[in-house]
Structures are given as structure tokens and as C-alpha cells.
Design a protein around this ligand. Structure first.
Ligand code: ARG
Length: 567
């Protein structure tokens, strides 16, 4: 792929230029315009140093480079301030087919992260509450970043920072003791749990004294009362079992559950450290760290009633991840609405003198906006993740019934395409932006959607079936129509795309890339006949088709989307 081409050029030309090959390597970029070759080297900085006009210097370089080309390099030309390098079709084809078809499902993987550990906090719901649509983003963006990190060779610890502590557990326990027997906890445990939670809040509105009852029971929980503790454990277990069902469907996997309760006995030590460092101050009976110098409101460490806070737990959790799990990178995939929270936590860590705070990143994402009446809401305005997934599958089922009623495994395909639509629709947006949710767009088989990418992959597969014999892994002839060259150019960029997508923690770069591949595949498919061509051309085009399929399948897999066999 491109990196190999960079290595070839930089190692070959570094001695001639008396430069470090690594420096040269970094200079080589992929030109935007296809007529400008496979790689381009800007000479502006050099030209300035040497007091020459950039086009003149580029021409000088091009002449010198042309006189001594490494194997595979076809031409070197100068275009304004750039030197453009074009490799031969044959060289590109052979390298790419070996890279893509010879890599056993790890196309474009690299080892830049080898020996490094990434801890990532994602899809961390709150016990007793069904995951809502915001958790969809926290789940699929998180899992995509996990998968991208693995393509770079990182060791990954996916962590569930489960919301499993706080006064609401006193309320839940109180409600359970009072009304639990009225609900069917044996066959519908999670629904029952959520229902008593909602009931408590409804009743507490009429009768505010219930709040105090809840607080009292929470105090018992904090003091270690075994009966309440047992109830708490039951609520956690019921909730985790329900989340697990959804995670399994979406391919979400955590390595560790480290809920908020995990930090209970790590809070005092944090407070003590803050005190020793002279950072803790009293304010209206509460304990805070002032952040005036950072233009932020103070970070609340302990409330006046002694209860510790979300922020204190996140201070403890950062210490745990960095000092005990030894993270080289510590990510929090959480909505933009918590931006201030994370800025405060990171600012306090910095004041505490931890240089590693630079390795902690809030991977913020925007909110969903719904215009679509077909999104059902069960209660209030919470939109439950599970309902959205079920609706997607149902809509796809209808399409299949109408368009392809004899499709084998229709139910499985409906799930793959339904989930694929929802996940892709989320990931194709730059994560920091809000997403306008619209079923027609998410499910548009011809638009820039998940099903469109899946359909492109399925078309490759069906061609491979029609071809009727094993597709050769090597090219029998050169493919050099403009559409074919464009397709090779985009395939060349796959590895760079994975790398950039990870470096920026932005899965939309990969999603957008896959759309590009499909667009170019479409142009190729329209312009270049495949089956029925003379055998060398036919088989070579089939090799290209198989390469496109391999990249789409792997790329979708990294986004957490399956490619069906047929659809
Ligand atoms: N439980 C929180 C929520 O559902 C997300 C937790 C994010 N992680 C963290 N370390 N604060 O909004």
C-alpha cells in the first residue's frame, strides 16, 4: 500500500538528497488529483532554504530522480512546487493483490501501536435504566475505535464504567422492598426494575418524603448493610444481563466492568492527596478544587452532606487506569454534554502534577436529533436503543418481503442490514457533530448508507459466484482503464485511512472511505465489462472484484457491521 511506496522512494532517494529516510517518508503525501501520480513531494520548504523558485527546484529534482529510478517507479514529473511519482500499473497491481489477498483478514494492519496499551471507557450505562439512543453512539463509536486500535497493534482494554452507585440505589431498594412483590421479577426482571424505578419517581413527585426514605436506605447501603447490599447486587446483575443482550447483538465487548462503585474506597485517598497538595477548599460546606485560573467553575469533590461525586470517581478512575492498568492512552467515549466535566477532571489531574494527563482524552460525540415520527418512544422522550434496532430490522424485513421474498436466511440478513444501517448512519458523521436521524436516509440502498456499502460487497460476491471457479489471487494482465486505475488508487489508501482514522479517533474517516470505494467500484462496474471478456481480462477484473470485496468486508467489520452473503 502507500506506505510501502513511501518506503521504496525514501530509502532509494535519501542518500541522493542526503536526508534521513524517515524525514523524506513523512514528506510524501497522496496527491488529491489522480493525474498527479501515486505520491507527491512538496519542495516549498527546501526551495526557501535554497533560495530557489519551487517549480524550478521541483523540475531539478524530477530530472535527477528520473535518471535513477527504483524498481517499479515509472515516471517522475514536476508540477508547480511538487514532484510527482507514478508507479507502473503492473507494480501497483502485484503489490496490492499480494497485500490484500495475501493478508488473511488483516489488510492494512500495522504495528505502530505494538507494545502499547489503550484503555477505553465506552458504552457505560446506568443501572436500572434501559440504554437510550445516546448510548448507541457511546457504543458504536467506542467499539469502532477499539477495532481501529487493534489494526494499529495496540493492546486494548475496553472498560464499562457502569453507573452503579449513588442515592438512586437507596430509592430502588426502598421501592423494591415496598412494591417488588407486585412485579414479575422472575420472567421480566429488567422491565420490572425499570418500572419500580419510574414508579418511585412518580410517587416521589406527589410525596416528597419518599426522597428522604431513599436517602436513608442509601446510607444503609453505604454503611454495608448486607440485606441492602444483596439487593444492590441483584439490581446490578439484572441490568448487566439486559445490557449484555444488546451488546451481543451489536458486537460490543468490554474486557472489564469497573463501575462507579469500584472506586468507593479509592475516593478518600484522592481527597487526601488533594488536601496534601493544598488544592482542596471549602465552599458553602462542600469541598472543591478551584479552577479559576483555567476559567472553569470549581470541580466539586465532596457535597455538603458528605456524598462524593461523579467527578471524584473520575479522578480515581483516571488514577486507576494510568497507574494500575498502565495505560499509554486513556479514552472516554462520552457525549459532548459532559465536556466541562472532563475538562475539569483533567485540569485537576494536571494541578495534582500528573504529566500523563496528556494521554487522557474525552472522545466527545454530538447528539441525535429526531424528526421521524416512526421512532417510537415508550415513556417521556427517552428513545431506547433497543426500540431503534428493532424498528430498523422490521423496516428491512419489509423491504426484503417486497423485493426479494425468496432470499435465504432472510431473518439473519434483516438483522445484518438493519443493524448495519443504524451503525453506519451513526459512524458516517463526524462524531463531534449532531446526527439528524432519518430512516429513509439510513436505509437508502442507493444513497450513502450502510446498506449501500453492504450491497456493493454483496454484488462483488455474487459476481464471484457467477464466475464459477476460484478467483486467481494474481493478475493475468494489466488493468489500465481510467476507472480501474482510480479503483487501484483508492485501494492503495486503505492502510493510511485506518491509521488516520485511529490517530484522530474518528471512525467517519473510514466510513467515508468505504463509500468512496463503492462509488469507484460502481464506475468501474458500469464502464468495464467483466464476465465474457477475453479470459485474461475477465480473470484480472475478477481479481480486482475480490480485492474490493475483501476491503469492504474488513472495513465494515472494523465499524462493527457484517457483510451478508446475499441481500
Ligand atoms: N454512565 C454515564 C452515562 O450514562 C457515562 C459514564 C462515562 N464514563 C465516565 N468515566 N464518566 O451518561
Amino acid at each position: 500500500m502507500l506506505q510501502k511506496l513511501r518506503d521504496i522512494l525514501s530509502s532509494h532517494y535519501a542518500p541522493m538528497l542526503q536526508k534521513d529516510p524517515a524525514v523524506l517518508n513523512k514528506l510524501l503525501e497522496s496527491p488529491k488529483q489522480s493525474g498527479h501520480g501515486h505520491l507527491a513531494m512538496p519542495v516549498f520548504a527546501w526551495a526557501k532554504e535554497m533560495r530557489k523558485a519551487p517549480p524550478v527546484l521541483a523540475q531539478e529534482f524530477a530530472t535527477r530522480f528520473s535518471a535513477d529510478k527504483p524498481q517499479g517507479l515509472e515516471s517522475v514529473t514536476a508540477v508547480s512546487g511538487f514532484v510527482n511519482f507514478t508507479f507502473s500499473d503492473r507494480f501497483i497491481q502485484d503489490m496490492l493483490s499480494a497485500d490484500i489477498l495475501g493478508s488473511r483478514g488483516q489488510v492494512g494492519f500495522s504495528k505502530v501501536g505494538a507494545g502499547r496499551k489503550m484503555v477505553i471507557d465506552f458504552s457505560s450505562p446506568n443501572v436500572a435504566k434501559p440504554m437510550h439512543i445516546g448510548h448507541l453512539r457511546a457504543s458504536v463509536i467506542g467499539q469502532a475505535i477499539v477495532n481501529l486500535a487493534k489494526t494499529q497493534g495496540y493492546q486494548v482494554i475496553g472498560l464499562n464504567h457502569l453507573g452503579d452507585w449513588g442515592v438512586q440505589f437507596g430509592k430502588l431498594a426502598w421501592a423494591y422492598m415496598k412494591w417488588g412483590s407486585e412485579y414479575d421479577f422472575s420472567s421480566k426482571p429488567f422491565e420490572s426494575l425499570y418500572n419500580i424505578y419510574v414508579r418511585f419517581h412518580d410517587e416521589a413527585e406527589k410525596n416528597p418524603e419518599l426522597e428522604a426514605e431513599g436517602s436513608k436506605v442509601f446510607k444503609r447501603l453505604e454503611d454495608g448493610d448486607p440485606q441492602i447490599r444483596e439487593l444492590w447486587q441483584k439490581f446490578v446483575d439484572i441490568s448487566l444481563a439486559d445490557y449484555q443482550r444488546i451488546w451481543t447483538q451489536l458486537g460490543i465487548k468490554h474486557e472489564l466492568v469497573r463501575g462507579e462503585s469500584f472506586y468507593n474506597d479509592r475516593m478518600r485517598p484522592v481527597e487526601k492527596m488533594l488536601e496534601e497538595k493544598g488544592l482542596l477548599e471549602e465552599s458553602d460546606g462542600a469541598m472543591v478544587v478551584r479552577l479559576d485560573d483555567e476559567n472553569m467553575p470549581p470541580c466539586l469533590i465532596r457535597k455538603s452532606d458528605g456524598a462524593s461525586l461523579y467527578a471524584t470517581r473520575d479522578l480515581a478512575s483516571a488514577l486507576y487506569r494510568m497507574q494500575e492498568l498502565h495505560a499509554d492512552l486513556n479514552l472516554y467515549v462520552v457525549g459532548v454534554d459532559q465536556t466541562l466535566h472532563f475538562r475539569q477532571v483533567f485540569a485537576v489531574l494536571k494541578k495534582m502534577g500528573y504529566p500523563w494527563v496528556e494521554k487522557c482524552h474525552h472522545i466527545a460525540f454530538g447528539m441525535y436529533r429526531f424528526k421521524d415520527a416512526r421512532i417510537s418512544t415508550r415513556k417521556g422522550n427517552a428513545i431506547f436503543l433497543e426500540d431503534v434496532l428493532a424498528q430498523a430490522v422490521e423496516l428491512v424485513r419489509e423491504v426484503i418481503k417486497k423485493k426479494n421474498p425468496d432470499l435465504p436466511n432472510a431473518e439473519q440478513v434483516a438483522r445484518q442490514v438493519g443493524f448495519g444501517a443504524v451503525i453506519f448512519n451513526d459512524l458516517v458523521n463526524d462524531r463531534v457533530k449532531n446526527v439528524d436521524f432519518d430512516w429513509d436516509r439510513a436505509l437508502d440502498f442507493e444513497g450513502d448508507s450502510g446498506p449501500y456499502v453492504q450491497y456493493c460487497g454483496v454484488r462483488c460476491l455474487s459476481l464471484m459466484r457467477k464466475f464459477g471457479k476460484p478467483v486467481p489471487t494474481k493478475f493475468a494482465t494489466d488493468l489500465n482503464t481510467p476507472e480501474e486505475r482510480e479503483l487501484f488508487r483508492i485501494l492503495l489508501a486503505y492502510q493510511d485511512t485506518l491509521r488516520n482514522s485511529f490517530d484522530n479517533f474518528k471512525p467517519h474517516m473510514l466510513a467515508g472511505y468505504l463509500l468512496d470505494v463503492c462509488h469507484r467500484y460502481g464506475a468501474f462496474y458500469t464502464r468495464c465489462r467483466i464476465l465474457g471478456e477475453p479470459s485474461e481480462v475477465e480473470s484480472s477484473r475478477m481479481t480486482l472484484v475480490q480485492m474490493v470485496h475483501a476491503v469492504l468486508q474488513e472495513g465494515l467489520g472494523i465499524l462493527g457491521i457484517e457483510l451478508p452473503e446475499a441481500m
